[in-house]
Ligand binder design. Sequence first.
Ligand code: FE2
Ligand code: FE2
Length: 192
Amino acid sequence: MIEVSDAIQIVQGRLSERRFQHSLNVAKLAADLAVSFGVDSEKAYLVGILHDYAKDLTADELLLIAEDNGIINNEVERQVPDLLHAPVGALLIEKELGIKDSEILEAVRAHTLGSVNMSILDKIIFLADMIEPDRKAYPDLERLRQLSSSDLDAAMLLGLESAIRYCLNLQLMLHPRTVSVRNLFLQKIAEL
Ligand SMILES: [Fe+2]
Ligand SMILES: [Fe+2]
């Protein structure tokens, strides 16, 4: 398994200074949340460092890699290639860094759209990405920060709804998986 210090160096070489700092922030917050929710905090830190591994690739590069590897699931991904930075990132850290740990790969893959059956680690990375300290203010941010420390499922519901509202407000394409994962969390919470 890759050393955290090596992962930090590699990511620093791939990302802009601002995105590198974002990755460090996500890693630190994810590690803290992992301690609170009883999962492996070193792994959470490593996923935080690696989650945006493919974020600074161009739209054309993302599309090419995704097409070559047959990982496009929906037409929206061709129209908004940035969405592919999550699954392409998972693919590249496996190929280029030799990471085989399926929990790490899945948490990277699911960090923008979510997925069905999200693990605690998946939720922690998804949320840490949305609430890290340098995130610019948005309407649900403070509530999302509070919920993330107490109830990951309630926080996921709010995070997904916030992402959906953002897309609607700016008339951006909405990925159907964001909607279906939001519905799953809504049902999950209603069943409690
Ligand atoms: Fe990302
Ligand atoms: Fe991110």
